[in-house]
Write a protein that binds this ligand. Sequence first.
Ligand SMILES: [Zn+2]
Length: 86
Amino acid sequence: MEPEMLFWLSFYGFFLVLSVVVGAKKGRVIAGALLGYVLGPVGLILILCSSDKRMVPCPHCGEKTHRHSYQCQRCHEKVYGCLHSN
Ligand SMILES: [Zn+2]
């Protein structure tokens, strides 16, 4: 195998792994893997900028709250059951 080809393979492999890791942290493993695989470094940037699927705005104060949390961490209003509509 050509050394140059090996370099590009490891280059894209590196971004693919990073995109999967970032995607996993945001609950978007598949999206991360696809973006990293198709777009490489650009895909990594896209997944970094994408919104966290697990975090939804609190219906009371608008602060981002984990969708499975019972209460909002900021206003302490009960949010459980309000966050599953989308
Ligand atoms: Zn709140």
